[in-house]
Design a protein around this ligand. Sequence first.
Ligand code: NAD
Length: 499
Amino acid sequence: MKEIGHYIGGKRVAGTSGRTSDVFNPATGEVEAKVALASAAELNAAIENAKAAQPAWAAMNPQRRARVFMKFVDLLHRDMDKLAEALSREHGKTLPDARGDVIRGLEVAEFCIGAPHLLKGEFSEGAGPGIDLHSVRQPLGVVAGITPFNFPAMIPMWKFCPAIVCGNAFILKPSERDPSVPIMLAELMLEAGLPAGILNVVNGDKEAVDGILDHKDIMAVGFVGSTAIAEYVYTRGCAAGKRVQCFGGAKNHMLIMPDADMDQAVDALVGAGYGAAGERCMAVSVAVPVGEGTADKLMEKLVPRVENLKIAPYTAGDDADFGPLVTKAAHDRVKGYVDKGVAEGADLVVDGRNFKMQGYENGFFIGGCLFDHVTKDMSIYTDEIFGPVLSVVRAKTYEEGLDLAMSHEYGNGVAIFTRDGDAARDFASRINIGMVGINVPIPVPLAYYTFGGWKRSGFGDLNQHGPDAFRFYTRTKTITSRWPSGIKDGADFAIPTMN
Ligand code: NAD
């Protein structure tokens, strides 16, 4: 049985805790590897390593640090197919989706090439008599990222690229469900010229996470995962005096206005509701047709599309809509929600619960499910299901649809489909959700903007990637200096005398 250990000090090392977790091929249902779960001692060794390597890395000028990312981008392109294959094998998503996972992370690496510009400080000449004032942005030291299973390439890169280019050393604790790609990324960073010890991958579970949160030398923690764990990490990390940003779960609504292009809206719902088997934090899981007759028009086109979704293992070719769920537990959880939706009285128009993939009967497959007449009190509406399940909640008016999305506890993404500019602008302005799409179902911002949800989808005051990440992973120091150094007046310089 293949064993996946850690990546510490620039090399793969075996786990020593004696604890492991199974890594599945979700298409076959077979255990393909065992991943080591780090003990506190193994984590501490990685942190020591990172701490020793960090000062020299921080002292290297930013353009040289940026050049590592130029090379890293090339290596990601070179190894794209290899990375995508390893990713699909453990996650279950289709190969085009896996390539997308790598590419959206690669774009963050590209943005980091601009670090020399992004890390510039500020300068005021003559801020007082003979006084100059300037600020510099300095790295924090050793920082950590804790990431989920659903984007095992993109989300680790959201975290480690900006942190490292700012001059920090990084401890990545990826998901134990698909651990191969994060280690491959760390190897590529070393090949690109990153010194050993700057990017360390420590596999593990709660024990490793708690070790990170409590360790005095970890200065900042970036987390992405489910909301319950995000809240836990935020609370515990803040209590330990760290900088913490945590991004959690979602329930993303898409309003379909009566004037929307119905074919475009249906295409969008099929891709955003069912792509990657719904295992995306930006998946649309609630469709809200607005106004008399809109729902009927929508369902007429949507139902046959959901009935004919192509589900297949990633090895079957690139034209599948989605593959299996990540684990049996995830499969059973999603199926349990569909059962609950039926019991709660929603109308299950397309039932994918009994879908079996021929030749892959032990795989974690489930067919697309579509509910109509879902109401606000049902658990299929309140909870994040994280599977290929779309709920239709009918709204009589625009205000009712807007209020529905606004009163949900999650606030990651939202979309409106309309040809009315007034409605689109009003929606974008009033909605209390972090990422908004107008005729775009999954409004994931590009790497040079920031990514972050509101309400119970995001905790902490800065978003991920983009310029916010450069703020999160650095701290500002201000320096006041007097020139020429021998100047006599202003010797008792204090703020009021500056005028
Ligand atoms: P998860 O919360 O189960 O795991 C996330 C990380 O936390 C993993 O590294 C895991 O090992 C660790 N973890 C799990 N249980 C823990 C515990 N009890 N104590 C400490 N650490 C623990 O999430 P997941 O199932 O891997 O990912 C799916 C979730 O992530 C969904 O809720 C999805 O919406 C969310 N997500 C959010 C974003 C975003 O940017 N908002 C992006 C992607 C995924």
